[in-house]
Design a protein around this ligand. Structure first.
Ligand SMILES: Cc1ncc(C[n+]2csc(CCOP(=O)(O)OP(=O)(O)O)c2C)c(N)n1
Length: 580
């Protein structure tokens, strides 16, 4: 039976049908649903790993142990996992291993736009790229076969558009292939220089074999049509090209590393004009050009952002049935905002009030950087807040450290905040770190992590005790505060910033979306007391708004969750919590 599936669910299905028994991941849009979806199949093991490096390592171990294994992450996660990945390419696999890299052209929810097809050449591993959900499932299955046949991890590269769009998928039966035998094999699996030199030879031989495979594989196919224009493309761009220019000749590449040079040369010789349509980097274009083939690519298209059928049509003409899903009405811009009742709001309101230098991190709380809170000075990648705060202190001196804080979410702290905190202790920093502990990975949709006490399947497990961990690192000053108690929070910050030693403040309160708003109270503005000063509006909450002609603040009962933050910032006591 055919089912509508998003690409991510189709990948999970493909892994299940291929007989995979292990899947690991750290959440990250647009990859998150892959392993949470896989976890719902019977008889499989799946985990949220603390970070992508660990996910890759657990995956590598499972593969060595004989299991077909799926490892999934967003594109920047591959940077975190790159160290084990590169050398795992040398050892090769036992059970097949497929690593999904979910790239994000257009940066719908990412801090950069890197094109992970580049990892194929850089780390010397095969990369395959589906163009719809059916292919996502089929290619995942095939990737396990390629992995075992060529003794290599295989990267399945997808993009946001594929991960989250739905197309029909024909489900198949699960192959019950079981767990392969495990035999100790140090020259293959112990990457000492002496052994690794031998393995590098194998990697190069394997790449040549993969290149041969790419020439005949069903993954790459020529669709001859009008030969006045030939397009080489892959992934979702293939669908755009077919939609806009259904009659031209197309070389669809399902394997984007290594490239099938013979097919490409045959295709190039068969068309009058050759164009390469690929989002982001000219990965295919540069290689084709280097073989002396005349080709058009990035001079027509951009290195930036996502493509669309309309964009391809604008650059190449055609327009057979351009989707034209545009709306005739302008939709008002809706900037992302912290939710009403979000515990992070209290922290950023206070940090701004105290005019501190805030080294930020990645999570829902990165929205604290936006107006009206404007509460962040820097944000680079997951875990960077603590190291950058220490660097700021080392550059500007101890006195300045009294006004620098690092802010980091609980999931991010476990992901990559622990080692920089050790650095602060080891190298005698005095920074103050605020852990924004909302007891979940909120940004990517409330996934559990080691400090929530639940597994990916929602089963109870050991709960990482953050306070005990931080103390064990050697931080003497650890305290827990409620971020919606502004006085308490400000006092804690003042005291800890004055110290000539490092401190951690755990701002602890569950994500507003995980709690039911209290039903027995509600917020009201007493009009006689409101002076129209707009202080309450500066907390950036959609639960409160300003009526310009009346010069009065008002509560929006549809969005307010009665957290009481606006009442705390009102200096005229005009906002009241009403019982009953
Ligand atoms: C290397 C990497 N992996 C994953 C992500 C996606 N991501 C961004 S922040 C984040 C965690 C957010 O959780 P937390 O730190 O607890 O903050 P919250 O959103 O709950 O406020 C994740 C998974 C990323 N940006 N980079």
């Amino acid at each position: 039976m055919k089912k509508l599936m998003i690409g991510n669910d189709a990948i999970a299905r493909g892994a299940y049908e291929a007989g995979a028994t292990v899947a690991t991941a750290y959440p990250g849009t647009p990859s998150t649903e892959i392993v949470s979806s896989f976890a719902r199949y019977p008889g499989v093991y799946a985990e949220w790993s603390p970070n992508e490096k660990v996910a890759m390592e657990v995956g590598a171990g499972a593969s060595m142990g004989g299991a077909r294994t799926l490892v999934a992450m967003k594109h920047v996660g591959v940077n975190v996992a790159a160290d084990p990945l590169y050398t795992f390419v040398y050892t090769g696999v036992n059970g097949g291993l497929v690593i999904v890299s979910a790239d994000d052209p257009g940066m719908h929810s990412s801090q950069n736009e890197q094109d992970n097809r580049g990892y194929g050449r850089f780390a010397k591993l095969p990369v395959i790229e589906p163009s719809d959900s059916q292919e996502a499932k089929d290619y995942t299955r095939l990737a396990f076969t390629i992995s075992e046949e060529f003794d290599t991890p295989v990267m399945l590269r997808i993009t946001t558009r594929l991960a989250h769009s739905q197309t029909l998928v024909l489900e198949g039966e699960r192959q019950e292939i079981g767990i392969k035998d495990y035999k100790k094999n140090a020259p293959k699996n112990v990457m000492l220089p002496g052994f690794a030199r031998e393995r590098h030879v194998e990697v190069e031989k394997r790449l040549l074999k993969l290149k041969e495979y790419a020439q005949t594989s069903e993954l790459n196919r020529i669709e001859w049509g009008d030969r006045s224009l030939g397009v080489i493309t892959s992934g979702v761009c293939y669908q755009y090209v077919k939609e806009v220019l259904p009659d031209i000749s197309v070389l669809k590449l399902g394997m984007v590393n290594p490239l099938p040079d013979k097919i490409i040369c045959e295709f190039a010789a068969g068309v009058e004009r050759l164009v390469i349509v690929e989002e982001l980097e000219p990965v295919i274009e540069e290689q084709v050009r280097s073989w002396g083939i005349a080709v058009e690519g990035k001079e027509l298209f951009t290195l930036l952002g996502e493509y669309s059928p309309e964009f391809i049509e604008e650059r190449l003409g055609g327009g057979a049935q351009s989707a034209g899903f545009g709306l005739d009405k302008e939709i008002p811009a809706r900037p992302p905002l912290l939710c009403p009742g979000c515990p992070h709001r209290g922290v950023f309101h206070t940090l701004k009030k105290m005019r501190l230098t805030v080294m930020g991190d990645i999570g829902c709380y990165t929205l604290g950087a936006l107006s009206p809170m404007d509460g962040m000075d820097a944000c680079v990648c997951m875990g960077a807040s603590i190291g950058t705060a220490l660097g700021m202190e080392k550059a500007r001196g101890r006195e300045y450290a009294g006004q620098v804080v690092a802010v980091i979410g609980d999931s991010t702290f476990v992901h990559s905040g622990i080692t920089p905190l050790i650095d602060i202790v080891y190298n005698q920093g005095t920074s103050t770190v605020v852990i924004l502990d909302n007891s979940t990975t909120a940004m990517t949709g409330h996934q559990d992590h080691p400090a929530t006490g639940f597994t990916i399947k929602g089963e109870p497990t050991a709960k990482l005790d953050l306070e005990a961990l931080i103390k064990a690192i050697g931080i003497k000053n650890v305290r827990v505060v409620d971020p919606l108690q502004l006085d308490q929070l400000e006092q804690a910050l003042k005291e800890e910033l004055q110290r000539r030693e490092p401190s951690v403040i755990i701002a602890k309160r569950p994500c507003a979306l995980l709690q039911k708003p209290p039903a027995d109270i509600k917020m009201v503005v007493e009009n006689e007391l409101c002076k129209g000063c707009k202080l309450c509006i500066r907390i950036g909450c959609t639960g409160i708004y300003f009526i310009e002609d009346k010069k009065l603040a008002a509560i929006n009962p549809n969005t307010c969750v009665n957290c009481g933050l606006c009442a705390q910032v009102c200096t005229f006591d005009a906002i009241k919590i009403m019982e009953g």
